[in-house]
Design a protein around this ligand. Structure first.
Ligand code: BES
Ligand code: MN
Ligand code: ZN
Length: 492
C-alpha cells in the first residue's frame, strides 16, 4: 500500500495540515471542536452550515479555504442521516481521499467527531480505499504536471488502547485489501499461478506462516482430475497454494479459507463472447481475497489457526483443452460430466474442498467469482451466501455486515439438485440458466464432507465495472473484510 496511515491524539484546531477533512452527519450542528476549527476560518464553516450550502447528505462535499497556518484547506464531507458504522465512516473517508488525490495535497487529516472504534477502523479503510491506484504498468507522469499522490493520511482519535486497536485493525485489513486489489487489477499475463506462489511466499515469510505448493505432478498424485481438467488447456503450471497460520492451540481446528484463482477465464472450448471478456482477469478475486485475508491475519495475530487454500490456473482454448461431454474424476472419486467448459470455477473448487478436509476445519469458507447469475440477481450490492449449516451461514452473514461487505442468503434446497444429474457420470457441471448460482453451489456441496461450509459468490462484488462513487471502477477488496471478521469472531 503506497499510503501511510497515522493516528493523532492532538486537537484538530491546532494541527498544521494541507487538508483537514471534517466528516459530518445530516444537518450538522456547530459543536465545540468545530467552533475551534472555525476560528481559523473566520467563521466560514458556521456561515456555510447556517446558509445550508452544506447539509451533510451522504457523499456531499464542500471545500473551504483555510488560513496561512493550521489547516490550509478544510473539506466538509457528509455522511447522511444513517447510523455511524464502519461502512459509513469508510465511505465518507474514501470520498475525502479521492478529493485529496484530485487536489494533490499529498496528505490529509481526518476528523469524524465522536468516532468510536468501528468508525476509526472504517476511516483507516476508507483512506486506503479512496487513494488506491494501480500504477505499476504506466509511464510516470511528467514532473511538472505531477500532483502529489496522497502519501499520508492521519486520523484524529482519542488517546486510548481501544482506539489504537481499532486503528491497527483498520490498517491490517487495508494492507490485505491492497494485496487483493493489486492481484485483481494485474492483467492475466502478469498475474499467473506463479504470482500466487510468490505472493504466498512473501506473506509466509513476513508472518512466519507455512507455505505448501502443489503443481501438476502433485495434483495428479492427489487424483485431482477435476481441477486438472481446467488446467489441461494451458501450458502454464497450475498451482495449489496453502498458507498455514498457527495462532491457536496445536490441536485447535482451523478456520479454512478457500479461493478460486482463475488468472483468466476465456470460457475454454465453450468460449465466452468477446465483449467484456477482458474483465475475466478478475476471475482470481476469490484467491486474491484469501491472500489479502492471510496478510491481514498475519498482522492482527488472532489466537486461532487459519489455513488459506487457493487453486490457480487459466481457462484456455487449445488442442489439449477439456471438451464438452468429457467426464473427469475428482479427488473424492466422484465423476463429473463437463457440459460447459466455462463452468470451470466449480471444477477447481471441487478438488480444493476435498483437499480442505485434511485440515479438519472448524469451518471452511470459499470465495469465488463463480456465476454471472449472481451478478444478475444481486448486482454489486451483496455477496451471494450459500451453505447448508445455518449457524455457519449466520456467522458469515454477520461477519460480512460488520465488514461493510454485505451478503444475502440464498437457498440450497434439494429440489434444485435434479438440474445437475448426469446420464453418464455422478454429476454434470452445469444445470442450465435457471437458478444458475444455486446449482453451482449445490455442485460444490457434493465435495464438502464432514465440516461446516459456506460458499461466497463474489462475481458481482469483488470488482466493479462502474465507478461506485466512493471507489473507482475495478477491484473492491471484497471478500477480505468478511474473511478477517470471521476469523476475528472465531477468536472471541
Ligand atoms: N467466471 C465466470 C463467472 C462470472 C461471470 C464472473 C461474470 C464475473 C462476471 C464463471 O466461470 C462462468 O463462466 N460461469 C458461467 C457458468 C455457466 C456456464 C453455467 C456463467 O455464469 O455464465
Ligand atoms: Mn467460466
Ligand atoms: Zn470463471
Amino acid at each position: 500500500m503506497s499510503l501511510s496511515l497515522h493516528a493523532s491524539y492532538a486537537s484538530p484546531a491546532d494541527t498544521d495540515t494541507p487538508l483537514l477533512v471534517v466528516i459530518l452527519p445530516q444537518n450538522p450542528l456547530m459543536t465545540a471542536p468545530l467552533v475551534a476549527i472555525d476560528a481559523n476560518l473566520g467563521g466560514a464553516m458556521a456561515r456555510t452550515i447556517a446558509r445550508r450550502d452544506f447539509r451533510g447528505a451522504r457523499d456531499e462535499t464542500l471545500l473551504l479555504v483555510g488560513g496561512d497556518s493550521g489547516a490550509l484547506r478544510v473539506l466538509l464531507v457528509g455522511r447522511g442521516s444513517v447510523a455511524l458504522t464502519r461502512a459509513t465512516a469508510r465511505r465518507a473517508t474514501a470520498i475525502a481521499a479521492r478529493q485529496a488525490v484530485k487536489l494533490g495535497t499529498g496528505a490529509m487529516h481526518v476528523l469524524l467527531p465522536d468516532a468510536d472504534g468501528e468508525a476509526i477502523e472504517g476511516m483507516a479503510l476508507g483512506a486506503a480505499a479512496g487513494s488506491w491506484e494501480y500504477r505499476d504498468l504506466r509511464a510516470p507522469v511528467a514532473e511538472k504536471e505531477q500532483r502529489a499522490t496522497l502519501a499520508n493520511a492521519t486520523i484524529f482519535m482519542s488517546d486510548s488502547d481501544a482506539a489504537r486497536t481499532s486503528f491497527d485493525a483498520g490498517v491490517a485489513v487495508a494492507e490485505g485489501q491492497a494485496i487483493a486489489k493489486r492481484l485483481g487489477m494485474m492483467p492475466g499475463n502478469y498475474c499467473t499461478p506463479d504470482t500466487f506462489v510468490e505472493v504466498g511466499r512473501e506473506i509466509a515469510a513476513r508472518h512466519g506462516m507455512t507455505l505448501t505448493v502443489l503443481g501438476r505432478a502433485e495434483m495428479t498424485h492427489e487424483g485431482m482430475g477435476s481441477f486438472l481438467s481446467v488446467a489441461q488447456g494451458t501450458p502454464e503450471e497450475p498451482k495449489l497454494v496453502v498458507l498455514e497460520y498457527r495462532g491457536g492451540a496445536v490441536d485447535a481446528q482451523p478456520v479454512v479459507l478457500i479461493g478460486k484463482g482463475l488468472c483468466f477465464d476465456s470460457g475454454g472450448i465453450s468460449i465466452k463472447p468477446a465483449p467484456d471478456m477482458e474483465w475475466m482477469k478478475y476471475d482470481m478475486s476469490g484467491a486474491g481475497g484469501v491472500m489479502g485475508a492471510m496478510e491481514a491475519i498475519g498482522r492482527l495475530k488472532p489466537p486461532v489457526n487459519v489455513v488459506g487454500i487457493i487453486g490457480s490456473t487459466t481457462n484456455m482454448v487449445s488442442g489439449t483443452a477439456v471438451k464438452p461431454g468429457d467426464v473427469v474424476r475428482a479427488s473424492n472419486g466422484k465423476t463429473i460430466e463437463v457440459i460447459n467448459t466455462d463452468a470451470e470455477g466449480r471444477l477447481v473448487l471441487a478438488d480444493l474442498l476435498v483437499f480442505a478436509k485434511r485440515f479438519h476445519p472448524a469451518i471452511a469458507i470459499d470465495a469465488a467469482t463463480l456465476t454471472g447469475a449472481i451478478v444478475i440477481g444481486l448486482g454489486s450490492g451483496a455477496v451471494g451466501v450459500f451453505g447448508s449449516d445455518q449457524s455457519a451461514v449466520d456467522r458469515v452473514l454477520s461477519a460480512g455486515e460488520r465488514a461493510g461487505e454485505r451478503g444475502w442468503p440464498m437457498p440450497m434446497w434439494d429440489e434444485y439438485k435434479d438440474q445437475i444429474k448426469s446420464e453418464v457420470a455422478d454429476l454434470k457441471n452445469t444445470g442450465g440458466r435457471a437458478a444458475g448460482s444455486i446449482t453451482a453451489a449445490l455442485f460444490l456441496q457434493e465435495f464438502v464432507d464432514g465440516y461446516p461450509w459456506v460458499h461466497l459468490d463474489v462475481a458481482g462484488t469483488a470488482y466493479s465495472q462502474t465507478d461506485l462513487g466512493w471507489i473507482p471502477k475495478g477491484p473492491t477488496g471484497t471478500p477480505v473484510g468478511t474473511f478477517v471478521e470471521i476469523v476475528r469472531a472465531h477468536a472471541r
